[in-house]
Write a protein that binds this ligand. Structure first.
Ligand code: GDP
Length: 369
């Protein structure tokens, strides 16, 4: 009976309702024996992991044993949403195990980027978050950049350990693991469900050729990322799929920019200066005077100011204001989780108000580029 049935692969409790949750199995597949969940099925038959998600609390529960094992933890983060995709609580659950930070999607950075500077920036940011990492590797799972360096880092730090791969949703975890599987295992020939010894852990253990395992964990859903709040269709517009072409605006105080109806940038006070916007080039940017901005939004949200379109705007949390003071003396970014970031190109300071859907994380950080 389904109530008690467990996946013969990973041991997770089976369910037929929610495709993106653990243990999903299509109803018609229940008659097969042994019954395995869709996630295990895909690995077994297509050599492919697919995204399964959990919220942060359940994720930490699922992974609480990692600190007591001898493992290597690979945390994949998304360079386009660095703060938003970092896993809070990671230092606690990894215990003394080494952590490799794989920073994915670097193909999105502008072509002229100095990667050494980015690595240093990531190291400083990670430290600020209290995360000790043995290595930072930049990569692009999609464009096959830096993948050798990821594999080298794994070889260097694993020392016979199993590898836990953890990450928020949409950071490219599946894409990266699928590359690993393709290069390091021979699943076609070898895999049977009994080769998943991860029973009752709800984790998929994928055997590699050298007898160790890569353990795929569910992607963590963070509601503070815009990418979790928009519709599938708008996700394509919000998540860039090619190198960013930064938008530079010379702004006077009391000017406003709209990013569709998804976010609004008010330059409230400060000397005239330029701001560089690193957002998906599929977004529609509209400039106006601050005093006109409320009215413009009322009149044109979901239409001229899109995405989202009117029907989908209702599903998005309302915009709320974040008062942001950019300090003097250094260069800073303001990041809007999932939407991108704005670099203030002057060290003269500025007072801003960022309007973003309720819950979306807005933060000031040392500038990345
Ligand atoms: P997961 O949810 O972490 O397993 O992420 P997926 O592997 O499913 O990838 C999520 C989205 O990010 C997909 O649209 C991928 O095509 C895209 N993606 C993954 N890796 C990269 C990358 O290196 N660069 C870019 N630009 N997109 C990527």
């Amino acid at each position: 009976h389904l109530d008690q049935a467990a996946c013969a692969g990973c041991g997770v409790k089976l369910q037929t309702e929610d495709q993106s949750a653990l243990g999903y199995v299509p109803k018609q597949a229940l008659s097969r024996t042994p019954v395995i969940c869709q996630r295990c099925f895909r690995i077994k038959n297509y050599n492919e992991v697919s995204g399964i998600t959990l919220d942060q609390d359940d994720f930490l529960k699922l992974l609480s044993h990692v600190g007591t094992t001898r493992s290597l933890v690979v945390n994949i983060v998304d360079i386009f949403d660095f703060e938003g995709s970092l896993i809070s609580g990671l230092p606690r659950f990894v215990g003394n195990n080494p952590v490799v930070l794989a920073v994915n999607k670097i193909d999105l950075l502008p072509k002229v980027t100095n990667y050494n500077k980015i690595v240093n920036w990531v190291q400083r940011q990670a430290k600020e978050f209290g995360l000790k990492v043995v290595e930072v590797v930049l990569c692009s799972a999609k464009q096959n950049m830096g993948f050798e360096r990821v594999v080298e880092a794994l070889d260097k730090h694993r020392d016979g350990r199993d590898i836990y791969v953890v990450g928020a949703t949409n950071v490219g975890k599946s894409t990266l693991i699928n590359r690993l599987i393709r290069d390091y295992s021979d699943l076609d020939a070898e895999l049977t469900t009994s080769q998943y010894p991860g029973t009752t852990l709800d984790l998929v253990k994928i055997p590699l050729d050298d007898g160790t395992f890569v353990i795929d964990t569910p992607g963590i859903v963070y509601k503070h990322r815009l990418t979790e709040l928009v519709s599938k269709r708008d996700l394509q517009k919000v998540m860039p799929d090619r190198p960013l072409k930064p938008l530079v605006f010379q702004l006077n105080e009391q000017q406003t920019l709209f990013f569709g109806s998804l976010a609004r940038f008010d330059f409230v006070q400060g000397a005239r200066q330029s701001f560089t916007f690193y957002v998906s080039n599929a977004l529609n940017v509209h400039r106006t005077k601050l005093e006109r901005a409320d009215e413009l939004y009322e009149e044109h949200n979901g239409e001229m100011l899109a995405p989202p379109a009117r029907e989908e705007l209702e599903l998005l949390p309302k915009l709320v204001k974040h008062t942001v003071r950019i300090p003097k003396g250094k260069l800073y970014d303001v990041s809007i989780s999932g939407l991108g970031w704005v670099k203030a190109n002057s060290d003269a300071g500025a007072d801003l108000v960022i309007h973003a859907p309720r819950g979306v994380k807005v933060a000031v950080r040392e500038s990345m580029i």
